[in-house]
Design a protein around this ligand. Structure first.
Ligand code: AMP
Length: 400
């Protein structure tokens, strides 16, 4: 089969992550990131054929400058002409997008109109789309939405216990995120256990800097822990996850917080970072807790794992059967400690850990870490860029 390369772009407010994916294998041919954009400290890193390079960016150090530099590098490496499409990760597709979409003027307008639902993400994603269109206008551009996979959630899962008008008039409902990852690992898990996906029920735990848990039945999301924003659900690296909304009023009315300070507190200063006072990085906390006896690092990890287990148990109520749980994301794939704590908390649901298998999982490979009498506990490497690339090609095949 001939190689089809897709440039995958994931644009944040001050960064552009990019990779070239061979859409047949789902593997990255080239990866890189432009960071600290909009500041003179902007950097541009690129890895290709086991070589990494750090380059400086030219003023005005913005997203356009990053993409212009990328195009120059792709020309130098003779990769530009190998590209068939550009796939963009777009965080919020609201109720408009339940599938990836070829980017048109109307699609861009809808993404812009949805900015009220994701003010930090959608405008940044649009900036990336505009910059890529300018520099790579000859290629079709496709938007792949984080929320699309969860559009299959039933009303009872996505509505809040709020006045219905807030949903009707202001789109306030639960959306769910990390859709590309959850749908990918469910497909991989079905292959791994050798059962058709349409007959499988899984709970997938995407545990990275952001964390979300999803109940998946017959390959469809039926409930997920993240809600109106990615703040709801389990505790994360620096996000609080679920809390009593009364705390927000208390912070504002009695402790003098402004709404912006509350936003920062809950999104950037809470979670593993806030509880440990040390770091949002799971690896660093494990090091501190397990080798240096740091009590707060240990406590932060304990709460993190407990809350994940509680969510897995809660979401199991949305299913009528359960084949197993899937661990993915930087933490899910790499932290045997977190997986052990979570599985040990779930013996009531008949999850039992094989300690040796858990310790011996191989990097980048799918594994089952459960005992023979347990439900499956799977470790499945995610590949969000691979999903964006393959969905982009699928859209082109359908539309063009
Ligand atoms: P992601 O956002 O998916 O890239 O995941 C980032 C998280 O994965 C960070 O908290 C890392 O500390 C964590 N992580 C990566 N490798 C390991 C590891 N070997 N052990 C524990 N946590 C890890």
């Amino acid at each position: 089969m001939s190689q089809i390369h897709v440039l995958v772009i994931n644009c944040g407010s001050s960064s552009v992550k990019f990779s070239i994916i061979d859409s047949n294998s789902g593997q990255a041919v080239l990866t890189g990131i432009a960071e600290r954009l909009l500041s003179a400290k902007a950097s541009f890193k690129l890895s290709y054929q086991q070589q990494s390079e750090q380059l400086s960016l030219k003023a005005p150090y913005d997203h356009q400058a990053a993409i212009t530099e990328l195009v120059q590098q792709l020309t130098r490496l003779a990769l530009l002409d190998t590209l068939s499409a550009v796939g963009h990760r777009v965080v919020h597709g609201g109720e408009h997008f339940s599938a990836p979409s070829l980017i048109t003027k109307e699609v861009k307008q809808t993404i812009a109109d949805l900015a009220h639902l994701a003010p930090l993400h959608n405008p940044a994603n649009l900036t990336g789309i505009n910059a890529a269109e300018k520099a790579l206008g000859h290629l079709p551009q496709v938007a792949v939405f984080d929320t699309a996979f969860h559009q299959s959630m039933p009303e009872k899962a996505y509505l809040y216990g709020l006045p219905y008008e807030l949903y009707q008039e202001h789109d306030i409902r639960r959306y769910g995120f990390h859709g590309s990852s959850h749908s990918f690992v469910a497909g991989q898990a079905a292959n791994f256990i050798g059962k058709p996906l349409r007959q499988c029920s899984f709970i997938s735990a995407h545990l990275g800097n952001g964390c979300s848990i999803t109940a998946i039945k017959a390959g469809q999301s039926i409930d997920s822990s993240m809600g109106f924003t990615p703040l709801e659900g389990v505790m994360m690296g620096s996000r609080s996850g679920d809390l009593d909304p009364g705390i927000i009023f208390h912070l504002i009315e009695h402790l003098g917080y402004s709404p912006e300070q509350v936003q920062t507190l809950l999104n950037k200063d809470s979670g593993l970072l806030g509880l440990s006072g040390l770091s949002n990085d799971c690896r660093e906390l494990e090091q501190a807790a397990l080798t240096q006896g740091n009590k707060r690092a240990k406590l932060a990890l304990e709460i993190f794992c407990y809350r994940i287990a509680k969510y897995i148990a809660a979401l199991s109520a949305s299913l009528t059967s359960l084949d197993g749980v899937i661990f993915t994301g930087g933490i899910g794939e790499n932290s045997s400690y977190v997986r052990e704590q979570v599985i040990n908390q779930l013996s009531l649901l008949n999850f039992h850990l094989d300690q040796d298998k858990n310790r011996e999982t191989r990097f980048g490979k799918s594994d089952d870490i459960s005992t023979p009498s347990s439900r499956y506990a799977l470790v499945i490497p995610t590949n969000e860029e691979g999903v964006i690339a393959s969905q982009s090609i699928q859209v082109l095949q359908e539309v063009l």
